[in-house]
Design a protein. Sequence first.
Length: 165
Amino acid sequence: MSVVGLTGCARRAANPSTAGAATHAPAPAASDRSNAARPAPDDTEQALAALNAAPIYFPLDSSILPPEATEELSRIAQALRQRSQAKVTVAGHTCELGTTEYNVALGQRRAASVRAYLVNLGVEPQRISVISYGEERPADVNAPEKNRRAEFSFRLAEQARAGEL
């Protein structure tokens, strides 16, 4: 059994029998009424914009943080400490060299080393999750060194509860 849901935003042609009828906005859904305490979208966007981060690149077959990554990680840690509602997922990636199993494990170690560094800088561990994609999501198939990386995705606690991110 399959279920198909369709939504659309195209304007319907006016029906001659209802063309003169007044249009009414639908009543707000219960979830809309409960959002009064949520930050305005602009506030959320500004908070997340401040948390943009460049990928951390790793040497071949290594999960040791390179020295040039410390400045970016310090900046991220400071931004997270200033935004107590922010959470981050660190995704570990690898190039195509090695087996799938090995690369997933290496990606996990890369993400975990970034997490450990952020925790060492004062970010609460429960605010940092890690995932490994191994070789499955290359940034550039023609440049393997760009695939040996850890990337960040940020969200606010309100978004996580509402299922927005």
